[in-house]
Design a protein around this ligand. Sequence first.
Ligand code: SAM
Length: 261
Amino acid sequence: MMKKTNYTIIAGKYNNRYKGNYLVKIEEEIRNLIISNNYQNILEAGCGTGRWISSLEDMSKKIFGLDYSFDMIKIPKIDTSHLNLVNADAVHIPFKDNFFDLIFCVNAIHHFTDKEKFIAECKRTLTNNGMLAVFGVDPLIDKDWYVYDYFESVYANDLKRFTSLKLLKNLLEAENFGEVEIKTVEQVRHNRIGNDIFNDPFLEKYNCSQLADLSDEEYQKGIEKIKNQIVKDPETVFKTSVVFYLVSAKKIKEVKNANSN
Ligand SMILES: C[S@@+](CC[C@H](N)C(=O)[O-])C[C@H]1O[C@@H](n2cnc3c(N)ncnc32)[C@H](O)[C@@H]1O
């Protein structure tokens, strides 16, 4: 069974991740999708603290955010109470059929317990020709992250948790989505040397789900491993290489067979 990440503990510190890198290319890509297709009704599923929906507010579109963690969505509410936020599970999208032109999802689909159901719900709530755009990483392709080397079981867990690009493409096609496309949107690459690794916000226990999901003992064991490595070699290079992909697909109007009853 998939371990449920506790976003109640994470929520207060979640936005720290964007202090180091604001992932502007993902934002640009979302804006481009909206502008080039003239989308009007837009939903982010798993919107968390609202990094993306807040940045779209100047676009004069109807922007909605949905998240099942009340603690995450109450963070943007503090500053921008006019955002349309819904506290719900992405596998039951509480909107009528054929409503959204675009449903997007950033670094969240791996948390959804039933991906097939989520995709089916997107199909129901999207307009014909509406788009589902899923942004995220694929650890099956990209494994060059020091966290995978120092914290036991994290890489194996990520392989279980994340939906690979290939699987996502298959799920979309199984649900009869058309124009399925995969592209690279943003690459984050940096090296930290020796003790500088402790300035990496992602090394704090509750700044990423990989470490938040570990027990305190497992987390401490990894930290000790890093410290021992620095004692052995103070110039140790800690590598981060993360690639964010976009998998997009369109809802195709289904033609009912005249002979079917
Ligand atoms: C890593 S955060 C991403 C938040 C935001 N999209 C971002 O990129 O900053 C994942 C979010 O998915 C939400 N989430 C997980 N499972 C969910 C579900 N079944 N339905 C709705 N939201 C869910 C979590 O509460 C969390 O806010």
